[in-house]
Design a protein around this ligand. Sequence first.
Ligand SMILES: *Cc1c(COP(=O)(O)O)cnc(C)c1O
Length: 433
Amino acid sequence: MHIDYLMFDRYHIWHPYTSMTNPLPSYPVISALGYELILSNGRRLVDGMSSWWAAIHGYNHPVINQAMNDQISRMSHVMFGGITHYPAIELCQRLVALTPSGLDCVFLSDSGSVAVEVAMKMALQYWQARGKPRHKFLALRQGYHGDTFGAMSVSDPDNSMHQLYQDYLPKHLFVNSLQRRFGEIWRDGDELELSRIIAANHAYLTAVILEPIVQGAGGMYFYHPNYLKIARKLCDQYELLLIADEIATGFGRTGEWFACNHAGISPDIICLGKALTGGTMTLSATLTCRNVAETISKGDAGCFMHGPTFMGNPLACAAANASISLLEDESWRTRVDTIATQLRTGLLPLVNNKHVRDVRILGAIGVVETKLPIAISALQSWFVNQGVWIRPFSRYIYLMPPYIIDSEAMQRLLCAISSALNCEKFFVTPDKY
Ligand SMILES: *Cc1c(COP(=O)(O)O)cnc(C)c1O
């Protein structure tokens, strides 16, 4: 790419969590196909990130492209107030059928963070409508729910990038992070803190909000399904709503359609995003049960108070329908299992490396946690030179490749990580994000 463009980018355009005075480099991508990103200098990178959990079918998938082209020729967008359309109806039918039972009423919005705002507003309006206004949420430490204010307020209060805003945010309650991992033997008592906090505070609580099984951006941690079952039981016992943020975990990534399926539970509200459109368009959905929807609708307000301009965007819905149709034959299960096996073979031996604190794998997610913070920009550029796109953060080098990746490309990702762990220079001078 011409240097002028890169200079303009550097001086005028914010990138996620990046300084405007001393930005990390941005790599110009001109196209993407299958599991590869193609840089402007012609270099092809094997994608290990699925563009932040989203591009599960890889890039430029012909079925999704065709569906989007067909939709563009009919209409790209039309308002959802007083209007409805096939793409939204078909998508909502699919979501109601696929998600855990009881989640029957769908609210479509534009991004994951907004889906979380919508879920929180539903919980608040539900209690308001019941004539018992309540304002506190209970969340898990090391959780991440997005970057808007409501979502930030239930994300990890200490570790997250949101500490800066603590004085401005509403104060919610947090339960300590979950020690018992996915795959370990459950010990009774692991849930005591959760049950103690709920027992002591239920009268003020609207809902428990959590990422089921996989805590993503807050620490890439996989916890025991019993914890989720007990959270469900406690919410029933104390009549609290359970909000499952499946924005990262939905659509097969953990080896089940939704992470809640590992515990066989249904939340009262679920948030979906990221892979919903196969990583092509920005779209999210918040589903709730009939009871919550009816209670809200019978309240003083008479309706749910939210309505984004681009609600139910037909083009995004068409992409989501095509993406979900690609999952419907369930062949993703074999692909995710194969990726899991490759991740185990390639990453588990790395626990013996002196820089590694821990390695964890669940479904098509592999995480190497290092002891020291990572020199992100140096490691990033080294990965690019190796022909792979892996973007570490903090002390985590992680992979969540598109499901369509083949074993040779997986091997390149895994080799790049194991070689990187033998380079001292990546584990001494941390830079930001
Ligand atoms: C990414 C993410 C969000 C926020 O989604 P955006 O589309 O970035 O707003 C919320 N919750 C979880 C679990 C996520 O991984």
